[in-house]
Design a protein around this ligand. Sequence first.
Ligand code: NI
Ligand code: NI
Length: 206
Amino acid sequence: MTGNEINEKLSALTTDQIQANLIQASHQIDMDDIVREGFPTLREVANEVSLPLSDEDIRLGEKMMQFLHNSQDPIIAEKMGLRGGVGLAGNQLGLMKKVIAVLVPNEPEHDEAGQVIPPKEAYKLQEIMYNAKIVSHSVQDAALETGEGCLSVDQEIPGFVVRHARVTVEYVNKAGEKKKIRLKNFESMCVQHEIDHTNGIMFYDH
Ligand code: NI
Ligand code: NI
């Protein structure tokens, strides 16, 4: 489906219907579930998820995380036609809930012979975050050398996206626990990109 077709299909549904479809046991989120530029939820501030978390909201977070895993698996991604992603926000699914999933892999290392050594931990950051917000940040800014992309934006938009270098983020995890974490480097950029989505902000606004 084209971006316009996806936006049109999802604009005919209520957000409750969209979420009910996404969390069906047999459903795996794919590119046809991701709204593209022009869809209203990308430009709106999402609502806080109500606590304690409902089963539906927990399952939604798990489906979003499953999508990221699928998108980073070359075989599954090719079969399902997925673009690789490290983060996804509810607004990108046409929902108005502050839920994000982030999955940042560790890079493999190389030994002296050039052999790949798998990282001890597969992921630098793997988390479903409800009601995530930045509670403090560094004075220093940073930008990814490669610029940024977004699953809701089908063309490449070059340019540095200047963000806070380090952030402290508060959120509720999928077990319903309140968490506070400090992030730097790529993980910091990634979580800021996703929190922006929950506030209706796109990367090229920066
Ligand atoms: Ni689908
Ligand atoms: Ni994005």
